[in-house]
Design a protein around this ligand. Structure first.
Ligand code: TYD
Length: 405
């Protein structure tokens, strides 16, 4: 069994989600006999306080030339990343002609704001297809995984960074200690690391266990991030909660004793201690809640099926892969799932093999129920699909609890 990736100590087993395919492994029907599965379990380390996957597929299996997630699918997210840009550019942490690096910049949704405002910048992105979208808009891109060698290469060719940014990326990197060393190595002494990720505190509070899938090798708390970066001589200087991904946290880190530590750091860590994010019992309770949530969703879908109702899914998120496979939901219970991503349409959901349809047809189809898998984009989607509700269609939610809206 894998030991903690930070402390090297044995992990306590928390959840066992059984055999799971890749969260973004949308598949053509002709390939289903070659589908890849792994045992998805989570563990907690009492020393580093890091909640993490026990086994994880090889990163090259997940991030490649056919990576199915394009960041710019949501208007809300485009706006969010404009605000992220404004936060960094007005933070007061940058030098006069700053050099900005983004790790895992995907299709450029964040870094394009720096490019458009003439910042010296570099996006590092290993998935070729999404990197191409960014490159085609004139963003400087290095197609690589970020590690120590990569940090040296960037330092030698471009110089040290004023800011290293990442959004929904750091939790993808299994060798997290090397990541922290690479960040420390590439930053100027006065530089800052600003990254945001789905927040463990929200996952525990809302039982949003769909945030657990192959790409999310870690779900961070401020306590665990502090512990990790302390190991390389860095510290948290600010924490800013975000509403994205159903609850995220923006972490701001710098070399020790460079900047004043904002009150938010003390306050949020105090809250986390109260929530028990440092305690094994909290995670054991979380597992019980996950089991209850699974049973409730299955019961509801089976009842609707028995009553002859037509149920579809809306938005084939990576998160939905965990729900569908863990609950054993296939196209018997959910006929198909509507989505906007061209690369997914016409394929099947990973493992559960529910057909994917173009969201354009949702309006004509008028099912009676739709499970909203992108519950984190609920406001945007419910507004966009007003006609569904006004024609009597009902949304099914499973976070923070299973309910019909
Ligand atoms: P997101 O929650 O960002 O996904 P993930 O769990 O993969 O991180 O949602 C992205 C997916 O949701 C993507 O497949 C596109 C789909 N989607 C829609 O189909 N319609 C929408 O209006 C939105 C916002 C997303």
């Amino acid at each position: 069994m894998q030991n903690c990736r930070v402390s090297g100590k044995p992990l306590h087993l928390i959840n066992d989600f059984g055999d799971q395919p890749l969260g973004n492994g949308f598949i053509e029907s002709k390939n289903i006999d070659k589908e890849y599965f792994y045992n998805m379990r989570t563990g907690f380390c009492e020393e580093s306080k890091m909640f993490q996957l026990i086994e994880q597929p090889e990163p090259s299996k997940m991030f490649h030339e056919n990576y199915a997630f394009f960041s710019s699918t949501s208007n809300y997210m485009k706006e969010h990343f404009k605000n992220f840009y404004s936060y960094v550019s007005n933070s007061g942490y940058l030098s006069k002609n700053p050099f900005i690096v983004e790790l895992g910049c995907n299709d450029g949704i964040l870094i394009k704001n720096f490019k458009e405002n003439d910042y010296s910048h570099l996006g590092i992105e290993p998935s070729k297809n999404v990197a191409k979208v960014a490159k085609d808009t004139g963003i400087n891109i290095l197609e690589k995984f970020f590690d120590i060698d990569c940090s040296n290469l960037v330092k030698n060719e471009y110089g040290s960074a004023d800011a290293i940014l990442a959004a929904n990326v750091i939790c993808h990197i299994p060798d997290i200690l090397e990541l922290a060393e690479g960040v420390k190595n590439l930053l100027k002494p006065s530089g800052v690391m600003v990254f945001e990720e789905p927040y463990l505190g929200d996952v525990i509070k809302k039982t949003s266990y769909d945030q657990i899938y192959d790409e999310h090798v870690f779900l961070f708390s401020a306590i665990s991030v502090q512990h990790l970066f302390n190991k390389v001589g860095m510290e948290l200087i600010d924490l800013i909660p975000q509403t994205t991904h159903g609850g995220s946290m923006r972490y701001v880190l710098a070399n020790k004793n460079q900047y004043e530590i904002k009150r938010s750091v003390r306050e949020i860590i105090k809250k986390e201690l109260k929530q028990g994010l440092d305690k094994l019992e909290t995670f054991e309770r979380f597992n019980q809640n996950v089991i209850l949530s699974k049973n409730k969703l299955l019961k509801l879908l089976k009842e609707l099926k028995k009553n002859g109702k037509k149920v579809v899914g809306y938005a084939a998120t990576s998160k939905s892969t965990t729900i569908l496979n863990y609950c054993g939901i296939n196209n018997d219970l959910i006929e198909y799932i509507y989505d906007t991503t061209p690369l997914k349409i016409g394929k099947l959901t990973p493992g559960s093999h529910i057909p994917l349809r173009d969201h354009k047809f949702f309006k004509n189809d008028m099912p009676e129920y739709a499970v909203l898998f992108a519950w984190n984009h609920a406001d945007e989607i419910i507004e966009k699909e007003k006609l569904f509700s006004s024609n009597g269609g009902k949304w099914i939610f499973f976070v923070p609890s299973v309910k019909i809206l």
